[in-house]
Design a binder for this molecule. Sequence first.
Ligand SMILES: Nc1ncnc2c1ncn2[C@@H]1O[C@H](COP(=O)(O)OP(=O)(O)O)[C@@H](O)[C@H]1O
Ligand SMILES: O=C(O)[C@H](O)C(=O)COP(=O)(O)O
Length: 417
Amino acid sequence: MPLLGCIADDFTGATDLANTLVKGGMTAVQVIGVPKGPLPDADAVIVALKSRTAPVAEAVAESLAACDALLAAGAKQIFFKYCSTFDSTDAGNIGPVADALVKRLDCGFALANPAFPTNGRTVFQGHLFVGDKLLNESGMENHPLTPMRDANLVRVLGRQTDGTVKLIPLSVVEQGATILRHTMTGLKESGWRYAIVDAVTDAHLVAIGEAAADHALITGGSGIAMGLPGNFRAKGLLPDRGEAAATLPPMQGHAAVVAGSCSRATLGQIGYARDHAHTLELDVLATPDAAALAAQALDWAGGKLGDHPVVIAASAPPEKVAALQAKLGRDAAGALVEQAVATIAEGLVARGVKRLVVAGGETSGAVVSRLGVASLRIGPEIDPGVPWTYAEPTGLHLALKSGNFGARDFFLKAFGV
Ligand SMILES: Nc1ncnc2c1ncn2[C@@H]1O[C@H](COP(=O)(O)OP(=O)(O)O)[C@@H](O)[C@H]1O
Ligand SMILES: O=C(O)[C@H](O)C(=O)COP(=O)(O)O
């Protein structure tokens, strides 16, 4: 029976959250899509949806179905996981999904915090920073699907919900869990629906998590989950397991990387790979056809597959992304590339690839769905927020890398080369 039931709006974010919970001593399993049957036996079950950029009604319906399945399995707390850079359009989906969950859980209030200081995501005076840049100057303003052009999260969430959004500033967070708990209770009793809570260190996140121990719903990035395992231990519900990362089966088979993320970190990792591995960068603008792109890539990969990873990227800098979107439209351009990368991944697996890194959240959704993966066991962390996972019964080891996570040498480091 899961203690914590999680609903993630993309697949990389789901593994990111699962990684945090496992490092905190919870066993965790990631389930792909709205659960149809019994849930796996784990302290935390993370339902990975591809809802971040789906139509609002679809995102809400899938999230509610996931919530109902988690509650039916006995989950004592629900966690709605979205991006550490609050990836969303002004139409949604963070606000509408959170509103629907607040209503379904009849809890009236939820905190919202995307901070992940280890990866440079901090919130101060309600403004989201990536490193030393405001969100809208970090490169996320150029995201192909969810360009983030406002760093003020009170304003951003306020545009997405019919509820009210209040800031809990760092001056309150610094006073610790007890004051925080009373502050949030006061806001709820005063009719506020959400609080964007400042956090610039892990200690802040742990205190916020402790203060929310009895909240029916918590919303945020993986960082705000850091304190949750301790809550369950304090209640005597979670034995002390140390870090509960699953020991995954030994890795075998050919190694490959497929990339659909256009985030700055991924573009840098592709640049590093050019000098250290067989790397193919597809020109999607020249060949705006998913099947043709996949054929190009699989012909190229032919005799190159082995222990050293090959890297196949559809990713492009903002101006090239904009050109394809002008030609096809934003959604069609995104879908075309996601399908091309999914077909490439499917072809690589058919050619003996059993160790696969996928760069990009939406991209991972397309790939994992195409490979028919139903659930993922969470293994050891490669870089902050990115663990290896194991997809039974396919025998695949997968690392679903958030676009902006990972060191510059991540594509080689993941395979120990
Ligand atoms: N060359 C390109 N032109 C237009 N869109 C692209 C291109 N390459 C990738 N994309 C799309 O950009 C989006 C990247 O989103 P995602 O995979 O979630 O990456 P991230 O993790 O960086 O957010 C996907 O929809 C992908 O298909
Ligand atoms: O950044 C995060 O919190 C998550 O890892 C995530 O949601 C990343 O999404 P992306 O689409 O892979 O950037």
